[in-house]
Design a protein around this ligand. Structure first.
Ligand code: ADP
Ligand code: ZN
Ligand code: ZN
Length: 729
């Protein structure tokens, strides 16, 4: 009897009988099987081969076929997924589905396979006896007669129509096909281009990491922006390759940071397996196979690459470890960063978490000595740290969101031949369309939110649910004239046209950049110097290297100062420091201006005076005081429904169920409506669980989630559990 994990939202596995006639030993844990599931055919993974079932044997269906002779996921990766499914309380079948390329879930073979064709015993003579052969048939005969067999590549080269000829030959018994399984390629020998001479700090970091190869050792590589963290990754990988092992590099985003991959591909002449969401299913399978077989010594990927099997793992690197994209925010809500550390531990290899602005969780691990911290305190090469100053928006006139001192600085830097970067984490033209007569402010009909004005597209768009309407000319309630209030990147771009006529501007946000091609074109305009001013959102903060940018202006630091989430200040500090780090990366000195109406806010004061480290120290003290992570563990039960009361009622019942079971070890906070209660027409609420002990929280969650799943009120809502949630507002 086989226990099979299937890609289904049910928290259980399914029992099947082995396929009829399957050899003893053909069914093992970890192999894929094809089964009938309801009216569908599904591919699942055997998680266990057992004796009995809760169901009588007569009611069990047999699996159709076992697809593998060896498990697609190695033992450690398979266990990692099982652990993650347990820990994040997600159905195992869906978790495994997230770890396998969709082509494998569709039944494609584990190894690259190819159908090849060859002559049958006397096929060649039979054809030779034919009186009339067409040109395609003659070409086919020639191809078949040159070597032992021909495959896809040769058929393609012979051109259209030859497949018809081949079919004809086959039907007359002249040729036969066979399946050729490509053996895993031997690992290629890496040749490495020369890198720069390491700084003393880089050399120390490399020595520390290098000394741990072959053993589990977690590192925080804490280096200011531009300090040459990537160079440390590259040299560590070099040492790993020299041992014949593989490196797994996780990055937040690939499509938007082509430079990141380029630095690896120009340094090493070995195949890279690059895994990201922009691949077709076949491309992804090909990359995955190269990682698994070891044919690709370096594997670079986004979040889900943490589950890619490796033939000879040697190191895991998590670049920009603080980035929120490492945590999946829906479905299987795992943290790839946290799993990367666990995975490295199980493989017995080092893991390097790199950042200029480490998450408070990771910093605390370094403080407590669990992670070894290596620092790169200074910029590499000629670059010095940028000068940072506050621009008090209460004291200075501002036009279209740009205050006079910022304007003057822009003029100065442009005149000196520098590039200028304006950062505003808000796309669109303006965040509100407002009626001064009656205070109407274009609400979204489906969310508790305002519509954003997108003037170029003549649209009001809700950034929460995507709803769109045309921009009205007059107030729909009183008929007065309405006007856009506040700034988005589109408006800044317009204003720049007015303030700096003729100076070329490039805007980088989700409205202007939708593909890899567009970001490459935009970056090219920046690097060639064709664009002089850059305007953009968060997208601009992500790891780009803009050597000629000498001035960075943070247009509105206040957006994050009063966020309702306990991580709002951490995010704000990180993005200010990250975007500031784009200034003055080459030899020219950089300057950073931060516009705010609250210059005395303690977060900003700390950040300006003591940098990210000073901020982080204070923030950690606050978290300890308030018992927030990393000094406690959280889980968030979310629910939403089209009926306002349903979500809260369900959460109330869930809380009641918890009753005494939670004991003293787990505190329940709420339920409460979400900060934005209504979104896309659904009312949202949440119940927060907090515990000083991860084990206590886990022990409580399992049985509790099972019991609340059975509540009648659970059927009237959509609910989910988020362990270690990133957002709790
Ligand atoms: P980080 O990832 O820490 O922000 P990078 O690795 O992008 O920093 O390095 C910043 C710049 O410094 C890059 O242009 C890089 O080529 C250069 N660089 C790195 N290490 C050195 C070094 N040892 N000597 C000279 N330049 C270096
Ligand atoms: Zn009005
Ligand atoms: Zn909306």
């Amino acid at each position: 009897m086989l226990r099979v994990a299937l890609d289904a939202p049910l928290r259980r596995v399914f029992d099947y009988l082995p396929p009829p006639g399957a050899a003893v030993g053909a069914c093992r844990a970890g192999l894929r099987v094809e089964v009938r599931f309801g009216r569908q055919t599904k591919v699942g993974l055997i998680v266990e081969v057992g004796r009995g079932s809760d169901l009588p044997t007569a009611r069990l269906k047999a699996a159709s076929v076992v697809l593998d002779t060896e498990p697609p996921l190695d033992g450690i990766t398979f266990e990692l997924v099982r652990w993650a499914a347990d820990y994040y309380h997600h159905p195992l079948g869906e978790a495994l589905a997230a770890a396998l390329p969709s082509a494998l879930r569709a039944g494609r073979p584990l190894h690259a396979r190819e159908t090849r064709w060859q002559w049958r015993a006397d096929g060649a003579q039979a054809v030779a006896g034919q009186p009339r052969l067409g040109p395609r048939q003659r070409a086919l005969v020639a191809a078949l007669s040159t070597g032992a067999s021909i495959g896809e590549a040769q058929l393609e080269a012979l051109g259209a129509g030859v497949r018809e000829a081949l079919k004809g030959f086959a039907s007359r018994g002249w040729v036969e096909s066979f399946v050729h399984e490509a053996p895993p390629l031997a690992p290629p020998v890496a040749t490495v281009a020369q890198g720069p001479v390491l700084t003393a700090a880089q050399a120390d970091a490399l020595a520390a990491i290098g000394a741990t190869l072959g053993t589990f050792a977690p590192f925080l590589l804490h280096g200011v922006t531009g300090s040459g963290k990537t160079e440390v990754y590259l040299r560590s990988i070099e040492a790993v390759l020299a041992r014949g092992e593989q490196a797994l590099v996780l990055v937040p985003e690939i499509a938007l940071t082509p430079q990141a991959v380029e630095r690896f591909s120009t340094r090493y002449s070995v195949p890279l397996a690059v895994l990201h969401s922009g691949l077709t299913d076949s491309e992804r399978l090909q990359m995955w196979r190269a990682a698994r077989s070891g044919a690709a010594p370096i594997v670079i990927g986004t979040r889900s690459a943490v589950f890619v099997p490796l033939a000879r793992p040697g190191i895991v690197i998590v670049d920009e470890e603080h980035d929120a994209s490492y945590k999946q925010q829906e479905g299987f809500r795992y943290s790839a960063r946290d799993l990367a550390v666990l995975r490295a531990q199980r493989h017995g290899i080092p893991v390097v978490l790199g950042s200029a602005t480490p998450s408070l969780e990771t910093l605390q691990h370094a403080e407590s000595g669990r992670y070894q911290r290596v620092r790169l305190p200074e910029r590499a090469g000629a670059a010095g740290a940028p000068r940072t100053a506050i621009v008090d928006l209460r004291m200075h006139e501002e036009r279209h969101g740009i205050a006079t001192p910022s304007m003057l600085a822009m003029q100065r830097h442009l005149a000196a031949g520098g590039q200028v970067l304006l950062y505003l984490n808000r796309r669109g033209y303006a965040p509100q369309l407002f009626c001064p007569a009656c205070s109407w402010a274009a609400p979204c009909g489906e969310c508790d939110a305002r519509m954003t004005v997108h003037l170029k597209r003549h649209r009001l768009i809700c950034h929460h649910c995507g709803a769109q309407t045309p921009v009205p000319f007059a107030c729909p309630t009183c008929g007065a004239e309405v006007r856009p209030v506040g700034q988005g990147t589109e408006r800044i771009e317009d204003a720049l046209d007015e303030f700096f006529p003729g100076v070329p501007v490039v805007r980088i946000d989700r409205d202007t950049i939708q593909s890899r091609g567009e970001i490459e074109a935009a970056l090219e305009r920046v690097h060639s110097g064709a664009a002089r001013i850059l305007v953009g959102t968060q997208m601009l903060t992500k790891g780009h290297d803009f050597p000629d940018v000498t001035l960075v202006v943070v247009l509105n630091a206040d957006q994050g100062l009063f966020g309702s989430d306990f991580r709002a200040s951490e995010r704000l500090a990180q993005s200010i420091v990250q975007v500031s780090g784009r200034a003055g990366r080459a030899s020219r000195p950089g300057e950073v201006l931060v516009q705010t109406a609250c210059p005395e806010h303690p977060l900003l004061v700390r950040l300006m005076q003591e940098g990210y480290d000073g901020y982080a120290k204070a923030a950690l003290a606050e978290r300890a005081e308030a018992r927030w992570p990393p000094f406690s563990r959280l889980a968030l039960l979310r629910a939403d429904s089209t009926a306002r009361e349903a979500a809260l009622a369900f959460l109330e019942e869930a809380r009641t169920l918890a009753g005494g079971a939670a004991g003293n070890a787990v505190r329940l906070l709420g339920p409460a409506a979400a900060a934005m209660e209504r979104r896309a027409g659904r009312f949202r609420a949440q119940l927060l669980l907090e515990s000083g002990s991860r084990a206590a929280l886990q022990q409580f969650l399992g049985p509790w989630l099972e019991s609340i799943g059975a509540l009648p009120s659970a059927r009237r809502v959509r609910w989910s559990i988020d362990v270690d949630p990133l957002e709790v507002s």
